[in-house]
Design a protein around this ligand. Structure first.
Ligand code: AGP
Length: 609
């Protein structure tokens, strides 16, 4: 997730405004920044790695000349957060400049085609194919206008994009386009603006024009024309007045980052499904060859590892050890060897416990693999190979969208490994891959149809002093995650354990009205789970069930239930089934008058052991 901004002004310099506006988009990405303006037929460009303030101190982003320009603040997905990979990117002749937010899935093929036609690339990014594709289109169609060339070029792009283009070829225009990544226009008496999000221009205008997916915009000082990419139809759209405060706008109008990030999950899951095959193949090859595999993480990332241990075992027949990073050295330090592989999972890539486990394993010559959300983090530097989960910055202290993205990547790895080992049939493989592709829409449906019900459940049980979260099989990982969310955000002591363990002790805590939440996908453990529910019910517990739609058997023995669309394979069930638990923690915190974004005693990244 990156931030883009552009403007065409009647009066005044573009670069200071672009700089100021990018600062308001910094929550979308902050590992490099760049601005390019057009002045007297030439492009003036400054960019570097680092946060906006640091780069500005180094190069002064405000002294570029010209009333038209575009800028970008980056969240690296392809290519490390280095100056060479920062946006804007140029074509070979330096006449076309592009900024882009999103993921071009087919960039490798396009890059080869362009290189075979004489284009030279300087960066490792997917974005750089865009200016070269525009240049190549103009070379093949010299009669084209800049807009025609951009229009033609974007039709060849697969994936998500919000992009803006300026060029000395037509120095009075900005061309932009959108597919899945957000793009919004602003207008006032001094000009036109484009941005990834409204906060970027809200201080200068509250008149916004939303650009929809599959639309293309030509902006000039005379106005803006919106076209549908599929058939070039002109889209008539009038500005709407935004009544958000700047603070609300950063959260897209949501009251908290946590709920914004929960609701963002369909989009982040789609992005996670765009990970390059090359990385999935590489990591799964290392896992395939390992004598023993340790999945090492903390907190929510550990719960993703716990779920992954079921995925790797059931799909690829690969035994793995999910281990709390804080315990790894003590528990396995001596047994790790050159034949061991450590898959370290860390959203931040900076968690001290996880990094110290990696150091311990490295000292014993183990192979280190990484899964993280932050390209350029320490984990990416110490890993032999790493995968970026592409969830975009997560501001809320509670891990939500990064958890479901971690699960999606781990499921893709398990599927890749299973195929490599020939452990499941092609039909089964195809079915699971299809279901994984459907998950973003299923999560969207859960949020749309069940959020209100979860809010009511939070209200009903806001009295609770303790909660149980129970599940069987892979759902025990979901239970642990739901329990952690409720503890860290609503400060309610909650206990999670595999449902089969109740009778070995914890059931002694049950008394009338004690809320017990069960995670009940329709999998092999469904029947046993019903008897686990009955055990609790018989002792007066209040039963809250997360069930598959129309699971009448569990509906009728539950006091409350939340429904998940049918047909989710058990092995993928933690991704959709965790969403109601994230919402429960969020709404419970609101019921208790707490701020879900800043829970007491916690930090977003725990860099101390
Ligand atoms: C989860 O909601 C917490 N914020 C915390 O448990 C977190 O998952 C843990 O600290 C690990 O962080 P990491 O994924 O950045 O390593």
């Amino acid at each position: 997730m990156c931030g883009i901004f552009g403007c065409i002004l009647k009066e005044g310099a573009a670069s200071p405004l672009i700089h100021e506006s990018l600062k308001k988009l910094e929550y979308r990405g902050y590992d490099s920044v760049g601005i390019v303006t057009l002045n007297n037929g030439e492009l003036q460009l400054k960019k570097d790695q680092g946060k906006i303030d640091d780069v500005h101190r180094l190069v002064n982003l405000d002294d570029l000349e010209g009333k038209i320009g575009i800028g970008h603040t980056r969240w690296a997905t392809h290519g490390a957060p280095l100056k060479i990979n920062s946006h804007p990117h140029l074509d070979c002749e330096g006449k076309i400049a592009v900024v882009h937010n999103g993921i071009i899935e087919n960039y490798s093929e396009l890059k080869i085609e362009l290189e075979n036609n004489g284009h030279t690339f300087v960066s490792k990014t997917d974005t750089e194919v865009i200016p070269h594709l525009i240049e190549y289109t103009l070379f093949k169609n010299p009669q084209y206008s800049l807009a025609d060339a951009v229009f033609e070029a974007i039709k060849r792009l697969e994936g998500s994009y919000a992009l803006a283009v300026i060029s000395i070829l037509e120095p009075d225009k900005i061309i932009c386009a959108r597919n899945e990544s957000p793009l919004v226009l602003g207008v006032n008496e001094n000009g036109y603006y484009l941005a990834s999000d409204i906060p970027a221009f809200l201080p200068i205008t509250n008149q916004a024009i939303i650009v929809n997916d599959g639309e293309f915009v030509i902006i000039s000082s005379k106005g803006c024309e919106i076209k549908r990419i599929s058939d070039s139809a002109i889209m008539k759209r009038t500005p709407k007045i935004i009544d958000w405060t700047p603070e609300m706008a950063v959260k897209k109008g949501y009251p908290h980052f946590m709920i914004k990030e929960i609701i963002e999950q369909p989009s982040t899951l789609r992005n996670t499904l765009r990970i390059q095959d090359h990385y999935l193949d590489l990591i799964s090859t290392f896992l395939d060859r390992a004598k023993d595999v340790f999945l090492v993480a903390c907190g929510t990332s550990y719960h993703a590892c716990l779920a992954a241990s079921y995925m790797f075992s059931k799909l690829a027949f690969l035994p793995t050890y999910p281990v709390y990073a804080s315990e790894f050295t003590e528990q396995h330090g001596k047994s790790v060897s050159i034949d061991s592989t450590i898959l370290a999972v860390s959203q931040s890539g900076e968690t001290a416990d996880t990094l110290s486990s990696v150091t311990c394993a490295q000292q014993r010559a183990a192979t280190i693999l990484g899964l993280t959300n932050v390209i350029g983090s320490t984990l990416t530097r110490v890993s032999r190979v790493y995968i970026g989960q592409q969830s975009g910055p997560e501001i809320g202290v509670a891990a939500t969208k990064t958890f479901t993205s971690e699960l999606s990547v781990l499921a893709q790895l398990a599927l890749r490994l299973s195929k490599k080992r020939g452990k499941i049939s092609q039909d089964e493989m195809d079915n699971l891959s299809e279901k994984l592709e459907e998950i973003p829409n299923i999560v969207e449906q859960i949020i749309r149809t069940q959020a209100e019900k979860v809010k009511q459940i939070a209200k009903k049980y806001s009295y609770a002093k303790t909660f149980f979260f129970l599940g069987r099989g892979i759902s025990s990982a979901t239970a642990y995650e739901g329990s952690l969310k409720l503890m860290e955000i609503a400060y309610i002591p909650s206990i999670a354990f595999p449902a089969g363990e109740s009778k070995h002790g914890p059931i002694s805590l049950i008394e009338p009205g004690f809320p017990v939440l069960f995670i009940c996908p329709k999998d092999g453990s469904h029947k046993t789970l019903i008897s686990n529910i009955m055990e609790m019910k018989a002792r007066g517990a209040s039963i809250i069930s997360i069930i598959e739609e129309e699971d009448d058997a569990i509906k009728k023995i539950s006091d409350d239930y939340v429904e998940i669309p049918k047909g989710i394979p058990e092995i993928l069930s933690p991704i959709p089934f965790v969403v109601p638990l994230q919402l429960l923690a969020y709404y419970m915190a609101l019921e208790k008058g707490l701020n879900p974004d800043t829970p007491r005693n916690l930090a977003k990244c725990v860099t101390v052991k």
